[in-house]
Structures are given as C-alpha cells and as structure tokens.
Design a protein around this ligand. Structure first.
Ligand code: SAH
Length: 231
C-alpha cells in the first residue's frame, strides 16, 4: 500500500514537472515570436539560443512566473537580468561565429553568458559582485554550460590572460568606453556597450576594430544598471 502511494505520488510529481517544463517551452516560444522576432531580430543562431536557454532558471524562485515577461527582473544585490529583447538584440549585433571567443563584463545571473555559450566556442565572463559571480558559476555548471568561465573582479581591466577576443559585450552602463577592453578586441572583432551619463538613458554603442581604425555606431537608447569600479 505504502509503495503504491509513493509510486502514485512520484508519478504525480514528475507529471507536474513535465507540465511545468512544457509550460516554460511555450512561454519561451511566445517570448521569441512576440518580443524578439516581432521587433526585428532575425539571426537564426540568436533566436535558437533564446528558444533553448531556460531563462526561468536564472531568476530568483519567487520571480519565475515572470521570467518570460517583456522586462528586466531583479536578481538581488541591486542588480537585474536584462529584458529578453535586449539580450537578443545585443547578441545579434555582435555577428557571432561558431569559432568565436567572447568576453562578457557583467555576468549578473549568467543568462546572457548562457545565450552566448549556445552560439560560440567559449565565453569568459567577469562579475564585480562576488556573491553574484559565485551563484552564476554554480548555476551555469549545474545547467552544463561547460564552455563558460566566470571570474569575480572589476571588468574594467578585461581579461588580458585570455585576450584577444572576437567579441566583447558589456552589460552594465558605462560613462565612457574602457580602453583596456578596446585593446583586447581582435582585429575585425566587435564590442557592444551601453555608454552615457550616469543613471541616465545611454546609447548602445557598437565598435568594430578595423586594421587602422575603430568604427563606432550608436544602435539605440537603453537603460542599464551602472558599470561600477573596484576602489
Ligand atoms: N548579463 C547579466 C545582466 C547583468 S546586470 C545577466 O544576463 O543576468 C549588470 C551586471 O554588471 C551587474 O551584475 C553588476 O554587478 C555588473 N557590473 C557592474 N560593473 C562591473 C564591473 N566593473 N565589472 C564586472 N561586472 C560589473
């Protein structure tokens, strides 16, 4: 009798889990169609990554019902996970190739790093708030993103030991473009970074490093949590 109850109980639990997972799959599909494709993101690798990375695993448990909403969400320590559309837009803008090595500044939850990890060869990501860096590293490991390396520290200096990078993505709003990051872009490489006055609306800037010059383009106005510095 007891066995039967345990059996039925575990059946109900696993069934509940399957239903929840299917629910998330549907929410993700709607997110991609209605928030991302509808606004013009068309890169297949980006869309496929957004469809496959379980965003709900990257937000605090209490916020899971809102994981696929069209907005950023709080992840603790005063920080946020970016709005899905912004993650997709920045990812597409980098024009990534399978063989690319990418540096991210501002690991946060690890969500953007996971999206990148689905597309490129390897992702190096730096987070200044140590508890966030540790939580993200643990989460990415549990979800089996083996090609992401997380480091805690001030991303202003980049990661010289792993440079140069084919692409750099900064997911915190900076007052100006950190020169060490520019120096760590491979020739032909790209960088995307929100730049502008503190606490204001910033411009998402795309830099392309050519042989003898840096080409810069403003892509759109955005709001981001600030890029901070270790003192
Ligand atoms: N990419 C994240 C969102 C990050 S929010 C995600 O997908 O969840 C921006 C993050 O940048 C915050 O976690 C903040 O602590 C971090 N940050 C701010 N300044 C930084 C710096 N100088 N170096 C590294 N990380 C920084």
């Amino acid at each position: 009798m007891n066995y039967l109850i345990v059996f039925i109980g575990s059946f109900i639990l696993s069934y509940g889990n399957v239903v929840a997972q299917e629910g998330y799959t549907t929410l993700r599909k709607n997110m991609v169609e209605q928030q991302i494709q509808a606004r013009g993101v068309a890169d297949q690798a980006t869309l496929s990554a957004m469809l496959n990375v379980p965003r709900h695993e990257f937000v605090p448990e209490a916020l899971r019902p809102y994981a696929y909403f069209d907005q950023p969400l709080s992840i603790g320590n005063g920080q946020t996970i970016s709005q899905p559309y912004i993650v997709a837009f920045m990812t597409e803008a980098l024009r990534l190739k399978k063989s690319d090595r990418v540096l991210e500044i501002g690991t946060g939850s690890g969500y953007q790093a996971a999206v990148l990890a689905k597309i490129v060869d390897s992702v190096y990501t730096i987070e200044i708030v140590e508890p966030l860096a540790m939580a993200a590293a643990k989460r990415l490991k549990a979800l089996k993103y083996a090609n992401v390396l997380v480091k805690s520290g001030d991303g202003y200096h980049g990661w010289p030991q792993k440079a140069p990078f084919d692409a750099i993505i900064v997911t915190a709003g900076a007052d100006s473009i950190p020169q060490p990051l520019v120096d760590q872009i491979e020739e032909g490489g790209r960088m995307i970074i929100p730049v502008g006055p503190h606490n204001g609306v910033r411009q998402l800037v795309l830099l392309i490093k050519k042989k003898n010059k840096i080409v810069k383009r403003n892509l759109m106005a955005v709001r981001f949590v600030p890029f901070t510095r270790d003192n």
